[in-house]
Ligand binder design. Sequence first.
Ligand code: PEP
Length: 257
Amino acid sequence: MTRTPLMAGNWKSNLNHQEAVVLVQKLAWILADKKHDFGRVEVAVVPPYTDIRSVQTLVDGDRLQIKYGAQDVSEHDGGAYTGEISAAMLAKLGCSYVVVGHSERRQHHGETDELVATKAAKALAAGMTPLVCVGEGLEVRQAGEHVPHCMSQVEGSLAGLSAEQVAGLVIAYEPVWAIGTGEVATPADAQEVCQAIRGQVREAYGEAAADAVRILYGGSVKAANVAGIMAEVDVDGCLVGGASLEAEEFGGICRYY
Ligand code: PEP
């Protein structure tokens, strides 16, 4: 099976709704100007909640071939949960993707694999694709425990999902020591864990799910280093933080080939 590569830009807590519109307009212009083959690489932006409506209006109005998503979702369906944004709300805004289990949520908000699995299920039930993040910290990497660590996160974060659901997922391997540090993993580092994740999906959910599931690498990806990472067979795209805030840079990442 051929998996369409996905380049997703996680803006984190950056850019207000006006800046969001400017960035998406620039990105669309750059991709169009470079005669980007949209069928070849899927491009998505993941703005803060407050920007999503503006991005939706722009994408719909100009029929841009850019998808968008949210950085998190509530574990609740709605009701008396002040500050929470439900999956139904995000689906109504046309979100294609929902990032769940980003290391910054695991680290700063105490999110567990169990909670990540609940959020992934909520996103799926609302018709969106969860982008499930896993990855080890520096100490785990230095102890050589990164593969079992990520396997355990994958197992816990996908708990309760069916083989069909897993087949449609995106899983992002993001070593925490490489996020926002400029310390990019080598292509071989990325391949080692992405291959192990695909192997684990094969074992738990079967060949078809392993073939279909898209596995991204994330951690200090830039236009200058993306090609080497994308050359690895089990890497199906990148989750990009800092570099996705610059239209030229993110456009260059999307045009890695
Ligand atoms: C991220 O936060 O998902 C990420 C990969 O960040 P950066 O590209 O800035 O390392």
